[in-house]
Design a protein around this ligand. Structure first.
Ligand SMILES: [Zn+2]
Length: 95
């Protein structure tokens, strides 16, 4: 019986989380560069932007983007990579 109630609470929690605290790939993408910048600055990006963190946990595509961006900025600095990223985002956004 306790298990049943736990399940119900989990379901209710999942529903409310889905309704109020979920972003899509577009929103995640828009915030991703700031998220990565915070991460690279040693700030707690996951706490500051939990919705992005949450989305990255769930979405493999965005996690790949995140890791690629993180890697690129870490290795290459911000100049050319930043411009490339901006262009990539723009072309994806324009679809
Ligand atoms: Zn996504």
């Amino acid at each position: 019986m306790d298990a049943d109630r736990d399940d119900l609470e989990k379901i209710l929690m999942a529903v409310s989380v889905t309704r109020e605290e979920e972003i899509g790939c577009d929103e995640c993408f828009e915030r991703l560069d700031r998220f990565v910048e915070m991460e690279l600055s040693g700030l707690d990006a996951a706490s500051a932007m939990p919705l992005v963190r949450d989305h990255l946990d769930k979405c493999g595509d965005c996690r790949e983007e995140f890791e690629a961006l993180l890697e690129a900025l870490r290795e290459g600095g911000r100049g050319p990579v930043g411009r490339l990223w901006t262009r990539l985002r723009r072309s994806l956004g324009a679809g």
